[in-house]
Design a protein around this ligand. Structure first.
Ligand code: HAM
Length: 424
C-alpha cells in the first residue's frame, strides 16, 4: 500500500455531522453573519487567497509577528513573491484602491467570510488556516462609523447566541499624539534595555510600540509598567474616543476600557478594540475578534486619503464557544423513500426526484438492497418519515407514510405529500 497522505498541520477539514464533523455549525454561523451584514447594508467582497507579499509588508507592517514570522510566502513560477493572506483588511483595501471605488461611492461598506493563513504555534483556538468574518467601512472619519462597525460585530455575536463575549475598547492615538507618546515609551524602555529580548532591543530603535506586543515573558513584565497611549491622547483623538463611547451607549452596547490593548498589526489609528471571551473552551486564545480604525492605510497602499475602520472575528473560536455552550447543529431529511424490491426502485427514484424538485430533502438508497437494509439506513438518516414504494403504491399513487421519530403511520396520496412534509 502506498503511504497515507495527511492534511497540512493546523489546517482542518470540515465534514458534515453524518461523518462526525461540524459543517452544520459552520453553516449556522455563516447564515447568521450574512443576515446581520445584510441588515447593516454591508456588501460582500471576495479577494484572492494569495497576494503580492509587498501588500502585507507595507500594509500590516514588517515588524509585526504576522508579517515577520507567520506568513506563508513563496515564489511563483514567474519569480514573484506571493503570500497566502494572513488577514483580510490589506486585501480589501488593495481591491478598493485598484477598482477606484471612491469614484463610485463616497462611503464603502464591505464584509468578507474567508480563510486566512498564519504559520503560528498551534494550540486550542490557534490554527494555521483559520476563517474570519470581517467588515471594513471606508470613507468615513466620523466616530459614528466606529460605533456602527463595533455594533455590527456585537450583533453577529448576539445572532449566534453568544452572550459571554466582552468588548474591550481603547484608543491608540494618531500621528499628532503618537510621536510624543513614543518618546515617553522609548525613554521608559531605555531604562530596561538590557533586560529586553534581542528582538525588542531592535524594536526600540525601529518600532517601539511593537515591544508592547512581544510574547516574551520578561518583556511583557516590563511592558506592564510602560506608559499607556490612552493617557496621552491629543484633544481631537480624545473627542473622537469620547464620541465612540457615547454612541455605543446610544445602542446599548456595553464595553470596558482597556488602555493596554495592543493590536498585532501596525495600521491602526485612534479606536482599537477586542472581543474577549474568558471561556475554558478557548484555552488561552481568548480574543474572538479585534479591529479598529486605520485612517492611513488606504493612502499608504497607493490610494487616496480615505479614513476607514473595521474588524474581524475568528470563526473557529466562535465555533468553540458554541460547542462549549453545548450548542449542536444537525439537520435531517424530510423523507426517506425505500422500495420493496428491485422492480419498484424506479418508482421510488421517480417520487424522490419529484419531491426534491419541489424543494424537499429526500433520501433514498441508490444501492437498492433489501428493504431491511434500506429501513436501517432510513433510521440512521434521522429522516422524519419513511415511505415504502411497491407495486400497489405505484398503482394507487398513495402509500403509508411512516413517522420515524414516534407516531402512527397514515395513508397519504402522493399529491398531498409535499404539503404534509412541509408542515412542521
Ligand atoms: P486580528 O486580531 O489579527 O485582526 O485577527 C482577528 C481575529 O482572528 C482574532 O481575534 C482571532 O479571533 C482570529 N485569529 C487570529 N489568528 C488566528 C489563528 N491563528 N487561529 C484562529 N483564529 C485566529 C485582523 O486580522 C484584522 N484584519 C482585523 C481588522 C479588520 N481590523 C480592521 N479591520
Amino acid at each position: 500500500m502506498s503511504q497515507k497522505l495527511a492534511g497540512v498541520k493546523g489546517m482542518a477539514d470540515v465534514l458534515p455531522a453524518s461523518a462526525g464533523g461540524d459543517a452544520e455549525t459552520w453553516q449556522f454561523m455563516e447564515r447568521q453573519a450574512r443576515e446581520v451584514m445584510r441588515r447593516f447594508g454591508y456588501g460582500e467582497v471576495r479577494t484572492p487567497v494569495v497576494e503580492d507579499t509587498a501588500l502585507f509588508v507595507r500594509g500590516v507592517g514588517e515588524e509585526t509577528d504576522i508579517v515577520g514570522k507567520e506568513m506563508y510566502t513563496f515564489t511563483d513560477k514567474g519569480d514573484r513573491s506571493l503570500s497566502l493572506r494572513p488577514e483580510g483588511t490589506a486585501p480589501a483595501v488593495r481591491a478598493y484602491v485598484e477598482h477606484a471605488v471612491l469614484n463610485k461611492e463616497p462611503v464603502t461598506r464591505w464584509f468578507y467570510w474567508a480563510p486566512m493563513f498564519r504559520y503560528e504555534r498551534m494550540k486550542t483556538g490557534r490554527y494555521r488556516q483559520f476563517w474570519q468574518v470581517g467588515a471594513e467601512a471606508l470613507g468615513v472619519q466620523e466616530p459614528a462609523q466606529d460605533a456602527e462597525v463595533i455594533h455590527l460585530a456585537l450583533e453577529i455575536l448576539r445572532a449566534l447566541g453568544l452572550s459571554g463575549v466582552r468588548l474591550e475598547l481603547s484608543s491608540i492615538g494618531d500621528e499628532q499624539c503618537r510621536p510624543a507618546y513614543q518618546e515617553k515609551l522609548v525613554a521608559y524602555f531605555q531604562g530596561y534595555r538590557e533586560k529586553l529580548c534581542a528582538e525588542c532591543q531592535v524594536r526600540l530603535e525601529r518600532n517601539p510600540l511593537r515591544i508592547l506586543d512581544c510574547k516574551n515573558e520578561g518583556c511583557r513584565e516590563i511592558a506592564r509598567g510602560a506608559p499607556v497611549l490612552l493617557d496621552h491622547l491629543c484633544a481631537p483623538c480624545r473627542e473622537h474616543f469620547d464620541e465612540v463611547k457615547r454612541l455605543l451607549e446610544v445602542v446599548k452596547a456595553p464595553y470596558t476600557i482597556n488602555p493596554r490593548i495592543v493590536r498585532g498589526l501596525d495600521y491602526y489609528t485612534r479606536t482599537a478594540f477586542e472581543l474577549i471571551a474568558d471561556d475554558p473552551a478557548l484555552g488561552t486564545a481568548s480574543a474572538v475578534g479585534g479591529g479598529g480604525r486605520y485612517d492611513k492605510l488606504v493612502k499608504s497602499l497607493g490610494g487616496p486619503d480615505v479614513p476607514a475602520v473595521g474588524f474581524a472575528m475568528g470563526l473557529e473560536r466562535l465555533k468553540l464557544l458554541l460547542h462549549g455552550a453545548g450548542r449542536t447543529f444537525t439537520s435531517a431529511p424530510d423523507l426517506f423513500v425505500a422500495s420493496v424490491d428491485g422492480n419498484s426502485f424506479d418508482a421510488a427514484f421517480a417520487i424522490a426526484g419529484k419531491l426534491r424538485q419541489d424543494g424537499l430533502w429526500v433520501e433514498l438508497d441508490t444501492r437498492g438492497g433489501s428493504l431491511k437494509s434500506q429501513m436501517k439506513r432510513a433510521d440512521k438518516s434521522g429522516a422524519r418519515f419513511a415511505l415504502v414504494m411497491g407495486e400497489r403504491e405505484v398503482a394507487e399513487q398513495a402509500g403509508e407514510l411512516k413517522p420515524l421519530r414516534g407516531g402512527e403511520p397514515r395513508r397519504v396520496s402522493f399529491d398531498e405529500l409535499p404539503a404534509i412534509l412541509r408542515a412542521p
